[in-house]
Ligand binder design. Structure first.
Ligand SMILES: [Zn+2]
Length: 479
């Protein structure tokens, strides 16, 4: 009996191995070898322009403070002076004092227009880190290889590249086939509610439905997929949603010399520990599946085997994704405490404790799923939960089969030898999320190679990336 059982087991294992190997063998499709074009170098003036743009400190400090009108006014004057043809030939619409739409009518206005967007504002520089910068953060210092400073890659590099490309084409007397809207918000780093959100309201009011919207987001990376041995262009086709929740606990306070068994702080702490010690369920969304499907066949054997046999290796794949914060965030709706408040004196037990948790929601889930998860995980009625600030449900994602996606996809091949464009789920939020409801396709992608200093120290734009950016936008306008 036992012998028979062992024989059957052996047979089962052999069949399983054969299936796995056949599936792996069938999942082999070499990525095509591609050759880029020679990206033209930039005139000195373009380098100077980005440097000058960085020197204007258009800092978004806090959504409770008014916008820095001095810096934003200065930036507007700078654009008017530096890009005279953009200023004269395109129609400028001013939104909420400091955000702009530049309308460039195409030859065929019956075609749906496209949108190129970038934001003017930058995040502040932490005072404590200022000394660590190789060049002062608002110096716009130019070296042989890069232009340095806050905003170089996020997002003045894009904004200036769009202007450089448009100005150059206008100088040549060029007019695009379809109309373009160049949209420059001024409060992306605060959530874009004054700029991008109102730009979209204006477009809705004027019945404008863009075919394609291009914004910052994904980039080119060699560092993140080393085992592939090829540069990958991450074309952001979907964004996670955003919601925050306030947790409050009220319990008896009093003198700290005779504490109760459980205080408001204890109850809140337990709730936070519970939230952090579990995660919402793991799920591969469409963009991530498409990405794995595309690069999987070119991966080394073991990874390829796992990807070709998801029915068997999915748990392994999930734990691989969960091992890094970045990839973990692509398969989970995440929840993390960001604000905590309680107590004011060392010998008084506070009767009130509160915290805010921030959630980034996977496409396919909603803020009410997050709320349900919070209630279930905290499992304590003494913790009151309510919404905190605005909610942004995950928007629709751009299909890899759509025209807009194909347009960007085909353009990327010209940017770098053997570049592999893949759909990508954006884990952060950008201004473009407001456009997902009115546009056919939104792609978040900037052809910078492993950009450095994003929201941190030593932010800089390499000259080669800058060249590629201007070229990219020129071609976008010419499509
Ligand atoms: Zn940005």
């Amino acid at each position: 009996m036992l012998k028979k059982f062992l024989k059957l087991l052996l047979l089962f294992v052999v069949v399983l191995i054969i299936i796995v190997l056949v599936q792996t063998w069938r999942f082999t499709a070499p990525l095509k070898q591609t050759k880029s074009v020679a990206i033209p170098s930039l005139p000195d003036s373009a380098i100077q322009h980005l440097s000058a743009a960085i020197q204007i400190p258009t800092i978004s400090v806090s959504d409770t403070l008014p916008a820095d009108s001095v810096a934003l006014r200065q930036f507007r004057a700078f654009i008017e002076k530096t890009y005279p043809l953009v200023h004269q030939k395109l129609q400028r619409i001013i939104i909420d004092s400091f955000s702009y739409i530049y309308y460039w009518p195409g030859k065929n206005t019956s075609l749906q227009p496209n949108v190129l967007m970038a934001h003017q504002d930058v995040v502040p520089v932490e005072t404590a880190t200022e000394k660590e910068w190789k060049a002062p953060p608002f110096s716009g210092q130019i070296t042989d290889s890069a232009i340095w400073g806050r905003g170089a890659i996020d997002d003045k590099g894009n904004l200036i590249s769009i202007c450089e490309a448009a100005e150059k084409l206008l100088k040549q007397g060029y007019q695009p086939q379809r109309s373009f809207y160049l949209c420059f918000g001024h409060d992306e780093e605060l959530g874009g509610s004054m700029g991008a959100a109102k730009i979209v309201v204006w477009m809705q009011h004027h019945n404008i439905h863009p075919a394609l919207v291009c914004d910052e987001g994904g980039f080119i990376t060699k560092e993140n997929f080393k085992e592939l041995g090829r540069p990958i262009a991450l074309l952001g086709v979907a964004e996670k949603g955003y919601a925050s929740f306030e947790l409050t606990v009220d319990a008896e306070g009093g003198h700290s010399s005779m504490p109760a068994k459980e205080t408001a702080i204890d109850i809140l702490s337990k709730a936070l520990v519970n939230i952090r010690s579990s995660q919402m369920p793991a799920r591969f969304t469409e963009p991530t599946n498409e990405m794995l499907q595309k690069i999987g066949p070119a991966m080394p054997f073991v990874t390829r085997m796992a990807l070709a046999n998801r029915w068997l290796f999915n748990p392994m794949l999930i734990s691989k994704f969960e091992s890094s914060n970045g990839t973990n965030a692509t398969i989970h709706s995440t929840i993390v405490p960001t604000i905590i408040n309680a107590g004011m004196k060392d010998n008084v037990i506070p009767s009130h404790a509160e915290a805010v948790v921030n959630s980034r929601i996977l496409p396919g889930e909603t803020s009410s799923d997050v709320l349900d998860f919070l209630k279930k995980t905290i499992n304590d009625d003494r913790v009151k939960i309510k919404n905190y600030g605005g909610v942004f449900e995950p928007g629709k994602s751009a299909a890899a089969s759509s025209d807009g996606y194909k347009k960007v996809d085909s353009l990327t091949y010209t940017l770098m030898d053997n570049l592999v464009p893949v759909p990508f789920l954006m884990i952060g939020a950008t201004d473009s999320r407001y456009f997902r409801n009115i546009a056919d396709v939104v792609i978040d992608f900037t052809p910078m190679l492993d950009p450095k200093g994003f929201h941190g120290i030593d932010e800089r734009m390499s000259i080669s990336d800058y060249q590629r950016l201007v070229y990219y936008y020129e071609k976008m306008l010419q499509q």
